[in-house]
Ligand binder design. Structure first.
Ligand SMILES: [Zn+2]
Length: 311
């Protein structure tokens, strides 16, 4: 009997992305680069200690900045997978033309190829928002899997509510809301059909984790709920064929150490110090391992899924 698989993926959205979501301007300075410069080393230290290879999704345009190239190249060297998180991280990428989508995804992939010497085989859409055109582009580009679908009712409802509230207060977010149909998508790996929330013969989708009770199994909720909450959420997801722990580098940001005071009023997760949040993620890893799961990068999940489904 093969062991059950679990994967940790980390979106490398830089601090500027959070400014865009919350409609807050972040001044130029070290705080703007806290994800690459301060959060990635915290996660790498944890993954090294736990002997885990994770999947990091990098935004192509971030690799223009200073040391980010070297950071991504060294993650790749160390055996972590580098996935494509688009070039510009346009939150409304799914609403743009097929040509714009193709250009952005291709530029993201070729930038990572240039930095790592290997073309990324996985893709994550900005803001988890994807559509059939994007799936067409991804299939034509030869990627092996997508990991963007997040069929989580409570996350969806919260996003609708937050964006509505911001609009009422006259604040603009660059984030957008997807069709509620996506909530019908399978919660475990599947080949997409048309529309993509149905099963078919298309590209392999490795969805973002949703617990048995329909709660979001992502870093933001794990660190926000703290040790007890994260244990409860993990108990709700143990047993699934694939456990996907989707983190953002920002999940281990520290308001004081990283100079992120300007975001503190908008981000309850910033109330907890980085050390506490790293410890929550360690707890989750321990629980998943004790339940008999093997932790591998997403591309390995994709490879084993394809082996299993081929005759
Ligand atoms: Zn992102």
């Amino acid at each position: 009997m093969k062991r059950k698989l679990a994967s940790i993926s980390v979106d490398l959205d830089e601090v500027g992305c959070y400014g865009a979501i919350h409609g807050v301007a972040i001044q130029d300075g070290p705080a703007l680069h806290a994800v690459y410069d301060r959060c990635v080393p915290r996660l790498v230290e944890l993954f090294d200690a736990e002997s885990i290879h994770a999947t990091f999704f990098a935004i192509g345009s971030d690799l223009d900045h200073g040391s980010n190239r070297d950071i991504v190249a060294s993650l790749h060297e160390a055996g972590h997978e580098i996935g494509n998180h688009s070039f510009h991280h346009h939150y409304d990428l799914s609403r743009r033309s097929a040509d714009d989508i193709r250009d952005d995804i291709e530029l993201g992939a070729s930038t990572i190829h240039e930095v790592c010497g290997a073309r990324p085989v996985g893709f994550r859409a900005p803001g988890y928002t994807i559509n059939d055109t994007m799936f067409d582009v991804l299939e034509a580009s030869g990627v092996e899997y997508d990991s963007s679908v997040f069929p989580c009712p409570s996350y969806y409802a919260t996003k609708v509510a937050v964006l509505g509230l911001m609009a009422l207060r006259g604040r603009r977010s660059q984030s957008i809301v997807d069709t509620p149909n996506l909530l019908r998508s399978p919660k475990q790996p599947y080949r997409v059909g048309r529309p993509y929330w149905r099963k078919g013969q298309g590209l392999l989708e490795l969805p973002i984790g949703v617990t048995r009770w329909g709660l979001p199994y992502i870093g933001t909720s794990l660190v926000l709920w703290g040790d007890r909450g994260a244990r409860a959420l993990t108990r709700q997801i143990l047993g699934q064929g694939l456990i996907h722990v989707e983190l953002h580098g920002f999940d281990v940001a520290d308001v004081a150490l990283d100079g992120l005071q300007v975001l503190a009023p908008h981000r309850p997760d910033l109330k907890r110090p980085a050390a506490e949040k790293v410890s929550v993620i360690r707890t989750v890893i321990d629980m998943i391992r004790q339940a008999g799961y093997e932790l591998v990068p997403l591309k390995e999940v994709a490879r084993r899924f394809s082996e299993k489904s081929s005759p």
